[in-house]
Design a protein around this ligand. Structure first.
Ligand code: CMP
Length: 144
């Protein structure tokens, strides 16, 4: 399945200089980078992005955190990227993430788990449309 996923290095990942590490893993696995930008997310975009968690006790902290600094927002493309990307990132709680995954190698805190990845093809489409405009996504053949 050729798919796209929204992958984002969170503020703690940028602060800890893990941007290259995250990109390297997706690149080396064979996925294709089609969108990339650095930004400090607004409250508006954070509220929509994390909309499914609205009302939960950790929601204000979650939005406060993601808007606290620069993030690196990316769109990656390739076979089963949504599921495979989640496997590469590891379980939401880094203490449950297997070694070898991004979180399993670099994180121990649930609220500071380094990277976000879309959890389904539907979420990916919603998140890509939220964070990127169509002209920010490159169409190209990586083998040429
Ligand atoms: P992610 O899967 O990218 O999207 C939702 C985020 O909410 C999740 O990563 C965690 O960083 C965060 N999160 C989930 N549960 C909690 C919690 N109980 N307390 C704080 N943060 C949480």
């Amino acid at each position: 399945n050729q798919e796209r996923s929204f992958i984002m290095v969170k503020p703690e990942g940028v602060q800890r200089a893990l941007v290259g590490e995250v990109i390297k893993r997706f690149e080396q696995r064979g996925f294709k980078l089609v969108g990339l930008k650095v930004l400090v997310p607004s409250k508006d975009i954070a509220n929509v992005h994390y909309g499914e968690h609205e009302g939960k006790p950790f929601f204000p902290k979650l939005v406060g955190h993601i808007t606290s600094g620069a993030v690196v927002a990316m769109v990656w493309e390739g076979k089963d990227i949504v599921k495979t990307g989640r496997a590469m990132i590891g379980a939401t709680n880094p203490l449950a993430s297997a070694p070898g995954t991004i979180r399993g190698d670099f994180a121990i805190d649930l609220g500071r788990n380094i990277v976000h990845g879309s959890d389904s093809v539907d979420s990916a489409q919603r998140e890509i449309a939220l964070w990127f405009s169509p002209d920010e996504l490159a169409e190209y053949d990586p083998t040429v």
